[in-house]
Design a protein around this ligand. Sequence first.
Ligand SMILES: C[S@@+](CC[C@H](N)C(=O)[O-])C[C@H]1O[C@@H](n2cnc3c(N)ncnc32)[C@H](O)[C@@H]1O
Length: 345
Amino acid sequence: MQRIKDFVWTDEIFHESFKGLTMEKFLNKIIHGDCIEVMKEIPSDSIDVTFADPPFNLKKKYGTYKDEKEIDDYLNWCKRWILEMVRITKPSGSIFVHNIPKWLTFYTSFLNEVADFRHWIAWDAPTAPMGKTLQPSHYGILFYAKNQQENKFYEIRYPHRRCRKCGYLLKDYGGKKKILHPFGPLVSDVWSDIHRIRHNKHRDPHPCQLPVHLLERLILMSTDEGDVVLDPFMGTGTTAVAAARLGRKVIGIDLDPQYVEITERKLAQETPNSKVGDIWVSFHRDEIITIADKDWESLKSYFVIPEDMRHIDFEKIKTGSAIVATSPQTSQLHLDIQEKECDCY
Ligand SMILES: C[S@@+](CC[C@H](N)C(=O)[O-])C[C@H]1O[C@@H](n2cnc3c(N)ncnc32)[C@H](O)[C@@H]1O
């Protein structure tokens, strides 16, 4: 896709003082402060992936931030941090922004001027009915490349979805079962297999905490081990935890000192161990739920794959009995892909 026009960085966004900046002092730090001011301290083209989950202007009760701006103020503010995110992202890097569709329609108009559109990911996550509207049932994650030609991107796979009762594949592949991928399909731009955090026992004292495996999927799709991920609205550390588990570096920023403290505490308990053998994968409740397609050739040696691939229709692939994986939930765990919740009635 063509950019609408070549963007000219304004004096405010791009100024001489960026010369000589270094981001090393921020690496693996969670910074208490205003994200625009902190990002101004970070050199251009220096971060592999920037991910933002800003306040949605829905009067949510945050510790410090008042989530209640006039529409113009909110959008002008959003444009300022979005432009900073793009400026600091490397030419090979990606920019992700999570929000409700209403605000994303404005974000695309800012982003199309400075970056290359790749995807609008619909994260299928139903919310409460609001009356006299269609029930909002997805959040959007805008996925932009700083430069489409140079963009680092890995196709990703998720496990086949199965009926909880009978174990059969939920999707009817007709006569194509013989050629199914043993692990599961490539992920599309609609993500239905990752749920919002439902139970309070899994939540921090924060009104809008994202699930870690959502961030892990984005990170596996767009980075390599050792790459740097920056989140300007860190909340209680979802992005930091995901990056740490996957052996990536992180820079986090939040306005609220309590959220920063919670993130630092959580980060101190993490080790980079979300792996099968030497291969980075994303787990949720002991199940591998995201792999990079490029890793399958190495990963498949850990699985017992049926000779007749039609058996995939009713049987999950299992791991060899001696195979162990490390995962964030427990340090050593026997791999056994768990069944999904049933979607059929
Ligand atoms: C939607 S929440 C992010 C939640 C996060 N993704 C998580 O999973 O925990 C937005 C966060 O932005 C923070 N915030 C609001 N304005 C900010 C600013 N100007 N700079 C940095 N953080 C800010 C709020 O304190 C809040 O924690």
